[in-house]
Design a protein around this ligand. Sequence first.
Ligand code: PLP
Length: 389
Amino acid sequence: MSQNRPSDFPSSDASKNPLSQDTEQRLDELFEYIKIESQNFLGYPCNQSFDYSALDRFVSYALNNIGDPFLPSTFKLNTHTIECEVIEQFARYSRADPKDIWGYVNNGGTEGNMYGFYLARELYPEGMVYYSEDTHYSVSKILRLLKSKSIMIKSQENGEVDYDDLRETIRIHRDSPPIIFANIGTTMKGAVDNLDTIKKILHELALPGHYIHADAALSGMILPFVDDPVPFGFDAGIDSISISGHKMIGAPFPCGVVLAREKNVKRIARSVEYIGTLDTTLSGSRNGLSPLFLWYALRQHGEKGFKRIIQSCFEIADYAIAELDQLDLHPWRNKNSNSVVFDRPTEEIVHQWQLAVQGTLAHIITMPHVGKDHINRLVIDLKKSMSKS
Ligand SMILES: *Cc1c(COP(=O)(O)O)cnc(C)c1O
């Protein structure tokens, strides 16, 4: 059987049946809808600017990365070798010790956060989880699922955790090992919790053990490429990190990466005869295309490419701030963040531009697909809506 001809498989007979007119029409309608909405996509951190056409032929195979990517398995239709390279690259970006790091490509930031908590809870079954009020909504869901003891900590105005509140709360519960959920780029304001300050607090309180998980969904692919990042990686004392793949890198489907200290992963590994390997991941079957697409993008851009891309995201963010400032919408952004926060506009604008909102605030995120023309069109619509009210 030839490698490149999946049409040899009997199941591909279906492709010989012509599409009904109705089906064709439905596909055309859906495609038009997506094309139009993609022109006004400003509020969410999903990069739309990518070209994976060189990988089209891989869609013809049933790839499945079930099991531990670093171990051999009896299930061979996978991209494990590529996945290991992706993990090694992310390990470098997040400044991990190559001798004590493990990871896998998953379904996105939520799964990575759950994995981090799972490891933490196995290590400290009586641990108390601390997370700030600006933390992503996936975290409260995960805590409910894992039935963890947890306390929400106040945030500062810029979205960073309130360190005084954190210190005092940990002090009161010092009999439980702290499990810190640190935001490396909050969802709404792109704020980064300072790991040095957090570690100082833990040190001052002389606690016997702790676990720090970093939620770096978007900024985990920004901070490695800026000149003066605040500490964010394993060298700053984290135990695990979750980074989304479909956010800064961009992909046609959700994906992400989780990395953790290998010694903590070994504690949860179970051998499974049926797949002939260790079960170290949360999902069983996993998308074999995700590692391939991420690997391709990492190679396509390289470190220099990402530096350039991120710099230009910041430039567009500053352009947006200048323009929104002229409309008195009080725009601002955190350092090294491309999330531009401003006064919440009308519901019409929110829907038209797919803006994310929270209370009195809205944000746009200047991802690589966002240019000055998008900002100019947004400003025209904002002006119109303001003159109406
Ligand atoms: C987007 C995001 C997540 C969740 O990521 P998904 O890939 O949507 O599951 C988690 N944390 C933060 C800070 C995020 O911005």
